[in-house]
Design a protein around this ligand. Structure first.
Ligand code: SF4
Length: 720
């Protein structure tokens, strides 16, 4: 039996060392079982059935009953089963030796980690140890990470890689609505008559959601796309606004200016359900179409057209993603677009509202249960005395022992570089590839006195560790994740971790035990952790207390808030125009446009922007190991407009050198008409010399502390 019409030998020749499941024996006959679970990649979390034979995943079947994707999967989803059993899979702990790593037993590896943590904390204080988690992990692990850092390590320095993804949207949601969640279920999208897609390459980053956009179009919707690149979804937009990188808030102000001018705002809704509109009305007076065109590069006529389409719509939804969020004013950008929604009063109704699209698998749930430096479980605020008291009591510790707010992910790396933080435990986080200015991240990792990494593959970052603990892939554990629409879904255990590898939260519990905090981590199953997580969330801003594994399975997911076992969950927020701020009103925000941290100049005259491609996921640790995905886009390419390429003497496929004040990268040019002539783009999923984050800018948003991935100044030359 052949796979994709290739013999096993042909497969190996084409895609490299083949996992054991590729052998003919594995693919013959009926599987032992089919397990209904979810894709391990983006925040859509499509339902999928994985085929298992002899504890190996050998294929998949569509799960047509799951309502979000109804059996459909994107190019990553149909290949996701190929990661399990890969020959690179870590199957035992590793410890640094003179010539790299050597295999070690669990007792030796865990003892080394614990003795080093104790040494560092005794010498430099508790906060000299930091913990970095991930937003692709389950809600259960997110909860355990936060509790472990605060109760077992006693450090304030815990954060996660969602800081690079959803932080601006999350902060803006809280400021505008008082709650951090998309307002509408995705099934509302096809009911909208006008859609604004702002900074979201939806067809490549959340591909299955494209289907919802097409359904809206079939129902007569008009689609407005805002982006510096004519992304696949933009190619079919009714109106495309090619914004200059870093100018998003000015464009939103310009659209609102015209809506006010032409009387297309809902004054009654604004008066009854919101605060602070007058400041916004005053602010946007200056953003005439001509002035906005000057800032953004978007023609004045297009700005007027957008205002007319959005202003006069019967129903409408705004969807946005990293394109407007990855900025030093990411929060301000999101708030400026939310102003457009609030000004129309079209929110809290079928087909009318707002959604932020999550790139990481558990981008939503990963930011709710306490692994952020400023947050406690249940979405509680670490600086709020009542919230601190509630959590300390629940955990059975004195409130004074609960650490205060610590540093965010990039700040932790900076503090390591400055020598303040001396030891690090990280889990499923690859900052060497995913944080801007990778030379600086490398310097920081080299400075650590001790580094333990928990991971399933030896990521580029884990290669700097002193101890590597072999953790679990998504399919090797069970738990829940919360999708980008706020629906908590159930991940079933599919296979056991291979050889000596262990389930992540078992590793954390073992470390806690050895650190003397074992009684706080006496969970026997993931269900025990979920029970604790839901109980502690009761009465908090993010309330899961009515959920159970059984209910989630039976109901194909439950939307929070779900405050009681007989509560149906809350797919659509803000019904009746009631928001989550104490006074029930939403809040407008008036931030004048300000430029990005780095502007183009004579030395660096071109805008640089970065993003994703459909075949890769985040830092590529998983997807760069799936041969058929690698084939789709084998290496990073630099998108250049033909006019710019001609001016620079560059032809398609020429190697180009793109330099910024941080460093340089050499990649082949891809001449495309789908990018602004003043901008170049490189995707960021590769490490080392292929890493786009060698050149991106680490400047942070003052509120969300997200780095400015989406704009900096560069120069482009043909490489010799
Ligand atoms: Fe997986 Fe996202 Fe693709 Fe669905 S859209 S199959 S969740 S990567």
């Amino acid at each position: 039996m052949a796979f994709l019409n290739l013999t096993e030998d042909e497969y190996i020749e084409r895609y490299g060392p083949t996992p054991a499941y590729m052998s003919e024996r594995d693919l013959e006959g009926e599987p032992d079982k089919l397990v209904k679970t979810h894709c391990c990649f983006c925040g859509v979390q499509c339902g999928i059935q994985l085929k298992v034979k002899e504890n190996k995943i050998v294929g998949f079947e569509p799960w047509e009953e799951f309502p979000v994707n109804e059996g459909k999967l994107c190019p990553k989803g149909v290949k996701r089963y190929l990661q399990n059993g890969h020959p690179d899979r870590l199957t035992t702990p590793l410890m640094r030796s003179e010539d790299g790593f050597r295999e070690a037993g669990w007792d030796e590896a865990l003892s080394k980690t614990v003795s080093e943590i104790q040494r560092v904390q005794a010498t430099y204080g508790r906060d000299a140890v930091a913990f970095l988690g991930g937003a692709s992990m389950t809600n259960e692990k997110s909860y355990i990470n936060g509790k472990f850092a605060r109760v077992a390590l006693g450090t304030r320095n815990i954060d996660y890689n969602g800081r690079l993804c959803m932080a601006s949207a999350g902060a803006a949601n809280k400021l505008a609505f008082g709650i951090d969640r998309s307002a509408n279920p995705w099934k509302d999208i096809p009911k909208a008559k006008v859609l604004i897609l702002a900074g979201t390459n939806i067809a490549e980053c959340f591909p299955i959601l494209t289907d919802y956009i097409w359904r809206a179009r079939d129902n007569g919707a008009k689609i407005i796309v805002i982006d510096p690149r004519i992304t696949p979804i933009a190619r079919t937009a009714d109106l495309f606004l090619p914004v200059r990188p870093g100018r998003d808030s000015a464009l939103a102000h310009g659209i609102l200016h015209m809506m006010i001018e032409w009387g297309w705002i809902d004054e009654d809704f604004i008066a009854a359900h919101t605060n602070d509109f007058d400041a916004v009305r005053e602010l946007v007076k200056d953003y005439t179409p001509a002035h906005t065109e000057q800032i953004t590069g978007v023609p004045a006529a297009s700005i007027e057209q957008a205002a007319e389409l959005w202003g006069t719509a019967e129903t409408s939804m705004l969807l946005h993603a990293r394109g407007i969020e990855h900025h030093t004013k990411g929060v301000e950008n999101v708030l400026s677009y939310i102003n457009l929604v609030l000004a129309t009063g079209r929110i809290g109704k079928p087909g009318s509202g707002y959604g932020t699209l999550t790139g990481q698998g558990n981008g939503q749930g990963g930011r709710e249960h306490g692994q952020r430096c400023n947050q406690l479980p249940g979405g509680r605020d670490i600086n709020n005395p009542e919230h601190r008291e509630h959590i300390a009591n629940f955990w059975g510790i004195d409130e004074t022992k609960l650490p205060r707010e610590g540093l965010t992910a990039c700040e932790i790396i900076d503090d390591i570089e400055m020598g303040e933080i001396k030891a690090l435990i990280s889990i499923s986080f690859n900052p060497l590839v995913s944080i801007p200015d990778s030379a600086r991240t490398r310097k920081a990792l080299e400075k650590l006195e001790h580094f333990t990494a928990i991971d399933f593959f030896l990521s580029e970052t884990a290669q700097y560790a002193d101890v590597v603990l072999a953790g679990s892939l998504q399919e090797e554990d069970e738990g829940t994740v919360t999708t980008g629409e706020g629906r908590c879904v159930r991940l079933r255990p599919v296979v056991r971790p291979p050889a000596e590898a262990r389930v992540d939260w078992h590793i954390i519990a073992d470390l806690a035990q050895r650190l003397g905090a074992g009684r706080h981590f006496a969970h026997e199953t993931a269900a025990d952790i979920f029970e604790e997580l839901t109980a502690v969330s009761a009465g908090g801003p993010v309330d899961y207390s009515g959920m159970s594994y059984e209910r989630i399975e039976n109901e194909m997911g439950i939307f929070w808030p779900c405050p009681a076992p007989n509560h149906p969950g809350t797919p659509r927020l803000f019904a009746g125009g009631r928001f989550a701020h104490p006074d029930g009103r939403a809040k407008f925000h008036a931030f004048p446009y300000r430029p990005p941290a780095e502007e183009v100049d004579a030395e660096y005259p071109i805008f640089f922007t970065s993003g994703r491609v459909v075949s890769q996921y985040l830092s590529g640790t998983q997807t760069r190991r799936i041969g058929m995905l690698v084939d789709q886009y084998p290496e990073p390419l630099c998108e250049i407009h033909p006019h710019l390429a001609e001016r620079l003497g560059i032809a398609d496929s020429d190697r180009v050198r793109v330099s910024t004040r941080r460093g340089q990268i050499e990649v082949p040019a891809q001449i495309v008409k789908t990018i602004r002539p003043d901008t170049v783009f490189i995707p960021y999923h590769w490490p080392g010399k292929k890493a786009a984050n060698q050149i991106t800018n680490r400047a942070l948003d003052p509120i969300s502390k997200i780095p400015e991935f989406k704009v900096c100044a560069c120069k482009v030359e043909k490489a010799s």
